[in-house]
Design a protein around this ligand. Structure first.
Ligand code: NZQ
Ligand code: ZN
Length: 392
């Protein structure tokens, strides 16, 4: 077991109609001029944005709005948001949407409070020293960005997708009403479930420092998401299933399932980020498409964890050789992806890279991790290339 810090300062307000509390929460955290940041329009169509602006109007809280955060949110809109906040004297950010709107808001918050080019942080050139305070109304259970320290932005020039993490960007509050996720297309719901599970799996498949309490929480979370993801395939309006998945999404990426271990593997995410940068695929689907190839490439180097996953999460019978049990666990995970209509390879994802594109992704990925990364198995550029190719 390793020493750890667990810091989750976000006030969670969970349940039906909780978005009605947005004005008082902004006041509680000192906001006096707000940027409401959202995505491509789902919050306009659902009426949520109107509810939020009405609530702020009633509370006499001035605001400006900026929509347009796309999946794999772009740097150009972040620049636009920074300029708008500076011009309008915004002192509080309210992201209304999924991970893309939240991440874009975090980047805007860095840009307003730090001198110079905000991309420097995502390019690992320097560290942020502040961020504007942020509140969230979540409409998609997936990334955990509502409680995480991370923000992932894509720079259009060079199609580079990079993450930056710091506690400054952790949301002050997160409003989570599971009903708000009921307008999601089924595909996005499933992508969200895949992403949620992967945030815990990245922390689970490690070669160092595991704690029984952390493992038990992780396994319980994974089983819960699987059960409820399958319920939602048949019954998308099931409130309880939506609620289970939504809360799992936050717990999966707020640090809880990493306490005591070595920080996690994270290579499936790193490999996916290159895919998202180049092909603009949905993050959760990209993860599902790559995971099986990654798992088969690394499982022998992390056998006790893969065996335990197979038995405790996937329900594989613990008979026979450890390697066979581990492989059955990987197959069972892929069978689950199929049941929720997620891809298990790049073709199913609708992507067919050329040799040059494979090499480009592997190279960018290696640069993005400073040469090598991974706890289940340390991967370098040649390994990354092999996993990409195996996932076709
Ligand atoms: O843009 P709108 O019109 O709102 O539509 C969105 C978008 O098309 C739609 N949507 C969201 N809520 C909806 C809805 N449609 C109907 N009803 C609702 N209630 O869903 C689509 C996807 O939204 P997006 O925010 O892009 O999805 P997600 O939450 O999966 O975020 C993905 C981004 O987050 C990054 C990913 O890489 C990707 O860029 N990640 C961020 C992390 C973090 N900050 O901690 C960690 C993750 O690992 C991930 O990398
Ligand atoms: Zn993710």
């Amino acid at each position: 077991m390793f020493d750890f810090k667990y810091y989750t300062p976000t006030k969670v307000v969970f349940g039906r109609n909780t978005e009605g509390q947005v004005a008082e929460l902004i006041r509680e955290f000192g906001g006096s001029k707000v940027l409401i940041h959202y995505g491509g329009g789902s919050v306009v169509r659902s009426g949520l944005l109107k509810k939020v602006t009405d609530a702020l109007d009633s509370a006499d809280i001035p605001y400006v709005t900026l929509g347009g955060a796309v999946p794999n949110p772009r740097l150009s809109l972040v620049y636009e948001g920074i300029a708008l906040c500076k011009k309008e004297g915004v002192d509080f950010l309210l992201a209304v949407g999924g991970g893309s709107a939240i991440d874009s808001a975090k980047a805007i918050g860095y840009g307003v409070t730090n001198e110079g080019d905000v991309w420097d942080f995502y390019d690992y050139k320097r560290k942020a020293t502040a961020c504007l305070p942020l509140g969230v109304i979540l409409t998609l259970a997936a990334t955990g960005s509502e409680m995480s320290d991370s923000s992932v932005i894509t720079k259009e020039e060079g199609q580079i997708k990079r993450g930056y993490s710091s506690d400054f960007a952790r949301a002050k509050f997160a409003i989570m009403n599971p009903e708000l996720t009921m307008t999601l297309p089924d595909y996005q719901t499933a992508c969200g479930c895949a992403d949620i599970m992967m945030h815990t799996m990245e922390r689970y498949f490690t070669n160092g420092g595991n704690m029984e309490i952390t493992d038990s929480i992780a396994e319980g979370l994974l089983r819960t998401v699987m059960t409820n993801a399958e319920i939602l395939v048949k019954d998308p309006k099931n409130y309880d299933a939506r609620a289970e998945v939504m809360w799992a999404g936050s717990l999966s990426h707020n640090g809880l399932t990493g306490c005591g271990n070595d920080g996690g593997d994270w290579m499936t995410h790193k490999l996916e980020h290159e895919l998202g940068g180049l092909y603009d695929v949905a993050h959760g689907a990209g993860l599902a498409a790559l995971w099986g190839s990654w798992a088969r490439y690394v499982y022998k180097d992390c056998l006790p964890r893969f065996r335990r996953f197979a038995v405790n999460v996937m329900g594989v019978e613990p008979v026979g050789a450890d390697e066979d049990i581990a492989l059955k666990g990987i197959e069972a995970m892929e069978a689950f992806y199929r049941r929720i209509h997620m891809p298990t390879n790049l073709r199913e994802l609708g992507v067919n890279p050329t040799e040059a594109e494979f090499a480009d992704m592997a190279h960018k990925c290696a640069v993005g991790v400073n040469g090598a990364k991974g706890s289940a198995r340390l991967l370098r550029e040649a390994d990354m290339l092999a996993i990409y190719k195996a996932s076709l």
